[in-house]
Design a binder for this molecule. Structure first.
Ligand code: CO
Length: 134
């Protein structure tokens, strides 16, 4: 059912240092930082040939990655995002399989303007998964 790996999201304590590392050390194409206040993050997109890396830094008081960074002060892999054709079909399939869909299960518009859902890391080997309707 899942399609491409859309992105790997990495939570970082210092966005400019992380962006510089990707640009100058790894030689990647790195975007300017974009503030996404509705998602509580500032993001830098790293474009690779086969997928994207998103470097996420907390923005505002109630950032969804603040707790993660307090447990992982150096940063760390926050989630993987897989593409699906139909987000509601995917949700129903997850629920029928006993997978915990986070929140109220209604798809939200994600950082790319597409509907997304998050799945509990408890059901996927400790990794938070995002499904995005591609
Ligand atoms: Co994401």
């Amino acid at each position: 059912m899942i399609g491409r790996l859309n992105h790997v999201a990495i939570a970082v304590p210092d966005l400019s240092a992380a962006a510089r590392n990707y640009r100058e050390v790894l030689g990647a194409a790195v975007s300017a930082p974009q503030a996404l206040p509705e998602h509580g993050v500032t993001v830098v997109f790293v474009e690779l040939a086969n997928t994207k890396i998103e470097l996420l830094a907390p923005l505002g008081e109630a950032s969804p990655i603040a707790k993660f960074l307090s447990r992982n002060p150096d940063g760390g892999t926050h989630h993987l995002c897989y593409e699906v054709e139909d987000i509601r079909n995917a949700r129903d399939r997850m629920r029928a399989s006993g997978v915990r869909v986070l929140g109220d299960g209604e798809p939200r518009i994600g950082a790319h303007g597409k509907p997304v859902l998050f799945l509990s890391p408890k059901d996927f080997s400790g990794v938070l998964l995002e499904l995005e309707e591609a």
